[in-house]
Design a protein around this ligand. Structure first.
Ligand code: ATP
Ligand code: MG
Length: 428
């Protein structure tokens, strides 16, 4: 161990990372340095920079105690003070910056959190508590040196995911690391393949059941992060094979092959739509009652849950890309779920989904907007009808006609609706 893996001269990407630090990051570093403390950039930022990716947030480790950090940086918020973490809120072009006091983790008894942490550790001890070698490097921005005792850079170059220490021991400390292992296999800084010991532990080696004890909130967060990566198919196939997806989704889940899930991604899709689409595809073989139970069990937010359920229900119901009326109805019916739906359908029928996407891009906005031109009172008046299900049906039917033909006045809606016995649902 020691500093056997430390580098002398920094290579280009790391110099670039340091030279490109934002003013707010530099100011935090100098405040700590001027206060007589050591500072390191740790974790994902180094890994990502070495692979030419722009790090989305910077984690800092320091030998200052949390109280000393707050004294030097009064606008820092104590977000995880028992673990020594304070957060500096985003400013200018930066994301948030987390500053964590060097620590060594004490015993883990519940497979979740250490029962105690000890501050005053060395940077090497701090790196030792981290999960994978590619996440266990530290960059000293003052002396411009890389500390890499676990040879993370070598593993990064070779696309190898390796636990820091014995994988089984590390998974027993924190079962979430099982899921993190798969997430990092698909990480954009990779792809990574697990080294032999990690692969064995995950595939039939007894690690996967350790995920059962982990809180649903943490599991969901890792799954969400995984599902927004561009390329996830190979990793999900592996997760299915190793029994991880069954643990994550629980007994309600009916196996659905993750093959094709990479087709959901393109440069335009937003991350929310992408993960909704992929959740929906993974649940497409699960019946609708079990699906709701499963999503609730995952503690998914109400908004995301209804999006996933809606996308599932509408899989394979694309409009004819040459039929303007259908396209108009489709766009209105799907509303904010449109991007997720198309991303999901792209996995099942890429050429049709892309044609629909292109047609929608050139579809004009509705002349009169999306508000119904004929309301309930107008219907009651005109047809001398009472409130009830029949009124609801007529209202929906008129609305559908309005959208399909892009009508902009109420009288023309009545005319186009004829004898009022057409379909009432917006889509299909
Ligand atoms: P991403 O870019 O996807 O956020 P990241 O490396 O920043 O990747 P985080 O989950 O934000 O990942 O964690 C930050 C760092 O903290 C990791 O690089 C790792 O060193 C350490 N870490 C986080 N969670 C754990 C854990 N459960 N066990 C051990 N180390 C962890
Ligand atoms: Mg991070």
């Amino acid at each position: 161990m020691g500093d056997a893996g430390s580098a002398g001269q920094l290579n280009e990407p790391l110099r670039h990372l340091l030279d490109g630090l934002s003013n707010s990051a530099l100011s935090l570093i100098s405040k700590l340095d001027d206060g007589g403390h050591r500072v390191w950039i740790v974790g994902g930022a180094i890994r990502d920079a070495l692979k030419g990716l722009v790090p989305h947030d910077i984690d800092i480790a320091t030998d200052a105690s949390p109280e000393e950090v707050i004294a030097l940086i009064p606008h820092a918020i104590p977000t995880g003070i028992q673990f020594g973490t304070v957060t500096v809120p985003p400013r200018d072009e930066d994301g948030q910056i987390e500053i964590t006091t060097l620590r060594a983790d004490g015993e883990y008894i519940d497979g979740r959190r250490p029962t105690s942490v000890t501050f005053g550790a060395s940077i090497e001890e701090d790196l030792e508590r981290r999960d994978f070698t590619v996440n266990a490097m530290a960059l000293d921005p003052v002396n411009r040196t890389l500390i890499d005792p676990h040879f993370g850079r070598n593993d990064l170059d070779n696309g190898v995911l390796r636990a820091v220490g014995d994988p089984m021991k590390r998974f027993k400390e924190d079962g979430l690391r099982v899921l993190r292992a798969y997430r990092f296999m698909a990480h954009p800084s990779g792809p990574y393949l697990p080294d032999e010991s990690l692969a064995h532990t995950l595939h039939g080696g007894g690690a996967v059941p350790l995920l059962v004890g982990v809180s649903k909130e943490r599991v969901l967060m890792e799954m969400e992060r995984l599902l927004t990566f561009p390329s996830v198919e190979d990793t999900l196939v592996r997760m299915e094979r190793d029994g991880v997806l069954s643990v994550v989704f629980g007994p309600e889940w009916s196996v659905a092959s993750p093959e094709g899930l990479d087709d959901c991604f393109d440069d335009e899709v937003n991350p929310w739509a992408l993960r909704v689409a992929r959740f929906a595809l993974l649940l497409r073989r699960t019946d609708s009652v079990s699906r709701s139970i499963l999503l609730e069990g995952l503690r998914m937010s109400g908004q995301d849950r209804s999006a996933v359920l809606a996308v599932c229900e509408r899989l394979g119901q694309l409009p004819d890309p040459l039929d303007t009326g259908q396209l108009r109805r489709y766009r209105v019916a799907l509303g904010t779920h449109l991007g997720a739906q198309l991303a999901a359908d792209r996995c099942l029928d890429p050429s049709l989904a892309n044609s629909v996407h292109n047609s929608l891009m050139s579809l004009a906005p509705l002349k009169a907007g999306e508000n119904p031109l004929v309301n309930g009172l107008m219907i009651v008046d005109r047809l001398s009808m009472e409130a009830g299900p029949e009124l609801g049906r007529v209202k929906s039917l008129l609305y559908r006609v309005q959208i399909e033909h892009d009508i902009s006045d109420a009288e023309s809606v009545w005319e186009a609706a004829g004898d009022l016995d057409g379909p009432a649902q917006m889509w299909p």
